[in-house]
Design a protein around this ligand. Sequence first.
Ligand SMILES: [Zn+2]
Ligand SMILES: [Zn+2]
Length: 155
Amino acid sequence: MKQHSRPPELRYDRLRDECVRRGLRLTPQRDVLLRVLGDATGHPTADDLVQQVREVLPTVSHATVYRNLQELVREGLIRTLDRAGAAAQFEVNPDDHHHFVCRKCGKVWDVYLASVDVKVNRRRTEIDGFQIDRREVQLHGLCARCRRPSVRKPA
Ligand SMILES: [Zn+2]
Ligand SMILES: [Zn+2]
């Protein structure tokens, strides 16, 4: 099951082009990291990504991968999911999407909403002069696996 609509090769190309456009050096470590990010599905943690980079470059340090990730986040190439109490997860899907969070297992799925109609009630909200960059809609509930009862009754 594929979660992403863009083929990995194109996502890698896009990340690499963005790096070049922003004048970021394409070190061998960074190039491997971009490939890993291009192939990634879901919302990997930094540890997941370190592990995958090490499959190609076994001697690369945690610090190097972390530093590279932070730089990519700072430059806006990738984002992190803002989730309290969980290890930082990276957003690698460049397409406009939202998230479903399972309240039992804590996993996060990408969802594509048909429309996001969020209107601020200006009379009740004091954010005059603010600029809204992004609307984050999060769906919460139970995933299919967590909904299944753990002990099956015989039919
Ligand atoms: Zn679940
Ligand atoms: Zn996502």
